[in-house]
Ligand binder design. Structure first.
Ligand code: UDP
Length: 237
C-alpha cells in the first residue's frame, strides 16, 4: 500500500504537541517551529487544511471524569481548539503565510464560520485554512472534525501529526514489545480497536477512501519526510 499523489492535505495536530516541552498550554517557540514545517510543506505547492486538537488545554472527558456535565465540558474543549487555532494562525502569519481560521462554533470577532465554498477559495488563493472547534458538537473529537473536513474539502490524505510515530499493535508506552505497523487497513484498526483516531473518524475516512498517515510531529523535519513518502509512519488505508 502506498499513498496516492497528494495535492491537498489535511494536517491534524494533537493539541498536546503545542505544549512543546511544557506540561500544559501553548509553547509559542514550539508552535513557531511547527509553523515553519507547515510553511515548508506549503512551499512545495501543497494546499493545506489544518485541524488542531485541544488536549493541551482541556478535554471534555477529563472534565466529565471529575463530575462535570459531559456536553458542557466538551464545549470547553472545543473553545480550547479555537485558542490553539489562533496561536497557529499567529505563528504562520509571523512567517508570512496567509491563513484563515474557520470555526464550527461561530465567533465572528475572531474568525470566520465554517463555509466550505469560502474555504475552497482560500485554498485556491494559497492560504492555509485552519478549521477550529471540531465538528461543533459535543461527544465528538477533533479527529472526527479532521475526517469531516478532509472529506468535505476533498483532501487526498489526512496526516495525523502526534507524539507517537505510528500505529502499534498495543500501547508502546506500556508494552516495550509493541510492534508498529507500516500499513494497516481501516477494518483492522476498527476491529482491533487500535489507537489511531476514534472510530467515527476512521469510519468516515474509510467510507470516503481518505488514507490516514500517522506520524510523530515532534521530530523536526518529519512532516517533509512523511510527505516525501519517507520517514517513520503508519499508513491506514
Ligand atoms: N470536542 C468536541 N467536539 C468536537 C471536537 C472537540 O466536543 O467536534 C471537545 C472534546 O471535549 C475534546 C476537546 O474538544 O476532548 C479537545 O479535542 P481533542 O480531545 O480531539 O484534542 P486532541 O486530543 O487532538 O488534542
Amino acid at each position: 500500500m502506498s499513498l496516492p499523489p497528494i495535492k491537498r492535505v489535511l494536517l491534524k495536530l494533537s493539541g498536546e504537541v503545542l505544549m512543546g516541552s511544557q506540561q500544559f498550554g501553548i509553547d509559542p517557540a514550539f508552535v513557531a517551529e511547527l509553523a515553519a514545517e507547515v510553511k515548508a510543506a506549503k512551499e512545495t505547492g501543497l494546499e493545506i487544511c489544518l485541524v488542531i486538537g485541544g488536549g493541551n488545554i482541556f478535554r471534555g472527558m477529563a472534565g466529565a471524569a471529575k463530575g462535570m456535565d459531559r456536553a458542557q465540558a466538551d464545549y470547553m474543549g472545543m473553545l480550547a481548539t479555537v485558542m490553539n487555532a489562533l496561536a497557529m494562525q499567529n505563528a504562520l502569519e509571523q512567517l508570512g503565510v496567509q491563513t484563515r481560521v474557520q470555526s464550527a462554533i461561530e465567533m465572528d470577532k475572531v474568525c470566520e464560520p465554517v463555509i466550505r465554498r469560502r474555504a475552497e477559495r482560500h485554498l485556491e488563493k494559497g492560504r492555509v485554512v485552519i478549521f477550529a472547534a471540531g465538528v461543533g458538537a459535543p461527544y465528538f473529537t477533533t479527529d472526527s472534525g479532521a475526517a469531516l473536513r478532509a472529506a468535505e474539502m476533498k483532501c487526498d490524505a489526512l496526516l495525523k501529526g502526534t507524539s507517537v510515530d505510528g500505529v502499534y499493535d498495543s500501547d508502546p508506552k506500556h508494552n516495550p514489545d509493541a510492534v508498529r505497523f507500516d500499513t494497516v487497513t481501516y477494518d483492522r484498526v476498527l476491529a482491533d480497536n487500535l489507537k489511531v483516531m476514534d472510530a467515527s473518524a476512521v469510519a468516515l475516512c474509510r467510507d470516503n477512501k481518505i488514507p490516514i498517515v500517522v506520524f510523530s510531529i515532534r521530530e523536526k523535519g518529519n512532516l517533509a519526510r512523511v510527505l516525501a513518502g519517507e520517514g517513520v509512519q503508519t499508513i491506514v488505508q
